[in-house]
Design a protein around this ligand. Structure first.
Ligand code: FES
Ligand SMILES: [Fe+2]
Length: 344
């Protein structure tokens, strides 16, 4: 499990005052809730009193209240009220639940998992467009390998095949053996752009443009986020338009991977926002389903040596991604992260 990271636990519009959401991220069970005053908290989904699920309780004012004996916990996880406590007794010091640092950013709630000392040096992936553009999102649980899931969005050659019935034309085709990816690589991320051939249908060309090439930008931030960004230039009476697809992924547990796909757009179908939303959601559901069929079919990796032998020149992106992934995974494994014991 990859720690010392910010993970996206939910979207802001999923949180209603008084409502409890449940999640499991890198093996840790969580409750997420919004208090009466609007504070957002992420706590471990275990009441410290008798170790039952806190999510069986409810939110009351600024507290989450365990459904079993009614102990009440604040957003920091500290127990602040015990209904059955005699007046001459104090709340035990150890009556505390693990809490996670939370940031609300890009219309989403992010929680930090890991060594507190490493938090300052760890960044939330830059999902800038989500703050200003309309967007849709969907969650998918995949029985597959996290590394393959991480690579799947920006894998340039799979679009012609996996997505031949969905976005192949919109995204353009890739005939060249090896495009120029204009790669720039840092210690924890890679990004770049390349050109695909515009093979849109005539109707799509009327809307998206007759340019011969479609500019495709991509990025990956270790270990949990990737991005595809399409630019459609101004054309006829239409302004320049853009569309981004983000994918955020993490291991739920040893077997399952969560893939959250988020699509945001700018100036596309701007006069019919309801249609844009319906269209983007429908397309993005189809795209993820097409990917998942392949992700779930990958059960066993070849040995590393064999994998490298099978890379061909157009697999440059896979090659660079794999290098980055392995380097960071090694570093992450060498850091220690002590889960706080919840037993009293
Ligand atoms: S188990 Fe939660 S209050 Fe007793
Ligand atoms: Fe895909």
């Amino acid at each position: 499990m990859i720690t010392n990271q910010w993970y996206l636990v939910c979207f802001e519009n999923e949180l209603e005052k008084g409502k409890i959401l449940k999640r499991k991220i890198i093996g840790e069970e969580l409750v997420i809730f919004k208090t009466q005053n609007g504070s957002v908290a992420v706590l471990q989904d275990r009441c410290c009193h008798r170790n039952v699920h806190l999510s069986l309780g409810y939110v009351k004012g600024e507290h989450i209240k365990c459904g079993y004996h009614g102990w009440e916990f604040g957003t920091t996880g500290k127990c602040e009220h015990i209904p059955s406590l005699p007046p001459d007794e104090k709340i035990p010091k150890a009556a505390c639940i693990k809490s996670y640092d939370v940031v609300v950013k890009y219309k989403a709630v992010w929680a930090y998992f890991g060594d507190p000392e490493k938090k300052a040096a760890t960044e939330i992936p830059p999902f800038h467009e989500l703050s200003k553009w309309p967007m849709v999102y969907n969650y998918h649980v995949v029985k597959g390998n996290i590394q393959l899931a991480a690579e799947s969005l920006f894998d340039s050659h799979h679009i012609n095949h996996v997505h031949r019935k969905s976005i192949k034309t919109l995204m353009g085709n890739l005939h060249h053996q090896k495009p120029d990816y204009h790669l720039s690589i840092t210690n924890t991320s890679l990004k770049g752009w390349y050109l695909r051939d515009n093979e849109n249908s005539i109707l799509e060309k009327i809307y998206f443009g007759f340019d011969e090439k479609v500019e495709t930008h991509f990025a990956f931030w270790f270990p949990n986020s990737s991005k595809l960004h399409l630019h459609f230039p101004a054309h006829l009476t239409m302004p320049a338009r853009q569309m981004v697809i983000y994918e955020h992924f993490y291991q739920i547990d040893e077997e399952n991977v969560m893939m959250i796909q988020i699509t945001a757009w700018h100036q596309i179908f701007q006069y019919t926002p309801w249609f844009a939303k319906w269209f983007m959601l429908k397309k993005s559901m189809k795209i993820v389903e097409e990917d998942i069929a392949f992700l779930e079919s990958n059960k066993y990796w070849h040995s590393k040596e064999k994998l490298n032998d099978l890379l061909i020149k157009p697999d440059e992106l896979t090659f660079e991604f794999t290098k980055l992934w392995n380097k960071n995974l090694k570093q992450n494994a060498s850091t220690t992260y002590q889960k706080e014991a919840t037993e009293l």
